[in-house]
Write a protein that binds this ligand. Structure first.
Ligand code: GDP
Length: 366
């Protein structure tokens, strides 16, 4: 069979293994514009299916950028830096300049200082071994900041090709569709059969006569919270509207449960406020530390929800990490969930998160 590529994602179409990328039922081969089952479901039911590429296959694919002279745009989810930053990107993309783009700024609370977000992103990239040329904040969905980014891309690329990279769920398809819609007026172009996949498995979007923007497949990052929760819970923990801060006055030896997905124990310190920034739908439960273990054991999935039953089956056990916060105005970041700001500092807390999910500290964004 001659190689046929999915008109949606560029994967090679195959009819043998539904678990592998590019699967389409044999009956689909009679159609004119063949798309794989994943793109079909995305297009018709707005439902995203994970493609079980091994991480190595993805990284191998990205590694091909190393041999090019291009501009790289790395898209990350502001609410999930650690889960959405591609480790080793520098090695994979060589000396090509990188623009770091934080997506989903529309759900940041109004009180957040955008310059502080940019600084934090730049510093976090550096801590992960990547010097970026510049940082941009956008909302791909609300079309905020995208025009400014497009202009910067024109400046930085200097006639060269552009590669857009990102882990799954950062909003890469939404971003590319918004870009295409801004320049050509075509809506939802990515899932509606048009750009041919390339030999690299990348989707080729012409920028001018000589150069293209390439959409690369989403890298699956195993540490993303998104992979540990059911689709239903993912909808609930993902902020859809501007996040409303919730303030708790806590004494030491009190605990906050973030649903049943994470937990913060206030071990030691003066009475202090803790301000939670999570999806407005995510319920935060306060209790005494001495009761927390029992509550978790007996009421996970009921009082402490999410997890729902599906999530419970795949959620790794919680792992504890004690953090001494010395600086005032510090954020405790639960990657993929949100963060808690401690305005006063000088406290000791223990954060519990599913094993593999990262907790980190940063200077407050407010
Ligand atoms: P991809 O896997 O990187 O291609 O991500 P998608 O484009 O499929 O988006 C993943 C999820 O993030 C979807 O639920 C989108 O609706 C959502 N999303 C994408 N862009 C934005 C944005 O700018 N703001 C918000 N709030 N959500 C977004």
């Amino acid at each position: 069979m001659a190689e046929i590529q999915c008109q949606g994602c560029g994967a090679e179409i195959q009819t043998t293994n539904p678990e592998q990328p590019g699967y389409a039922p044999a009956s689909a081969l009679n159609r004119e514009d063949i798309i794989c089952k994943r793109c079909f479901r995305l297009k018709h039911y707005n439902e995203v299916q994970d493609v079980p590429y091994q991480d190595d296959d993805f990284l191998e694919m990205l590694n091909q950028i190393n041999g090019t002279k291009s501009l790289v745009i790395q898209l990350i989810d502001i609410f999930d830096f650690n889960g959405s930053f591609i480790p080793g990107l520098k090695r994979l993309t060589g000396n090509n300049p990188v623009l770091l783009v934080g997506n989903k700024m529309d759900v940041l609370p109004k009180s957040v200082n955008h310059n502080k977000v940019k600084h934090w992103l730049k510093r976090s990239a550096r801590e992960n071994g990547l010097e970026v040329e510049d940082v941009f904040l956008i909302s791909a969905e609300k079309n905020q900041g995208v025009e400014e980014l497009s202009r910067a891309v024109e400046d930085y690329r200097n006639g060269k090709d552009v590669y857009v990279v990102g882990t799954t769920n950062v909003g890469k398809s939404t971003f590319i569709n918004t870009l295409i819609s801004n320049t050509s007026g075509v809506k939802d172009a990515i899932t509606t059969s048009y750009f041919p996949g390339t030999t690299l498995g990348f989707i080729d979007i012409p920028l001018d006569e000589q150069s293209s923007m390439f959409d690369t497949p989403g890298v699956i990052h195993r540490h993303q919270m998104a992979h540990y929760v059911s689709d239903k819970d993912l909808k609930l923990i993902t902020p859809r509207k501007e996040v409303k801060p919730k303030v708790y006055q806590l004494n030491e030896q009190q605990t906050l449960f973030i649903g049943g997905l994470a937990r913060l124990d206030f071990e030691k310190g003066e009475r202090s406020s803790f301000i939670g920034y999570f999806s407005n739908e995510l319920h935060i439960h306060r209790t005494k530390m001495e009761k927390a273990d029992d509550l978790y054991k007996n009421h996970l999935g009921e009082l402490l929800t999410p997890p729902d039953q599906d999530t419970k089956e795949k959620l790794p056990p919680l792992k504890a990490q004690t953090l001494k916060i010395t600086e005032p105005k510090t954020d405790i970041v639960f990657s993929g969930l949100g963060w808690i700001t401690v305005p006063e500092g000088d406290v000791t807390v223990t954060a519990h998160v599913p094993e593999g999910v990262k907790v980190s500290l940063r200077a407050s964004l407010i």
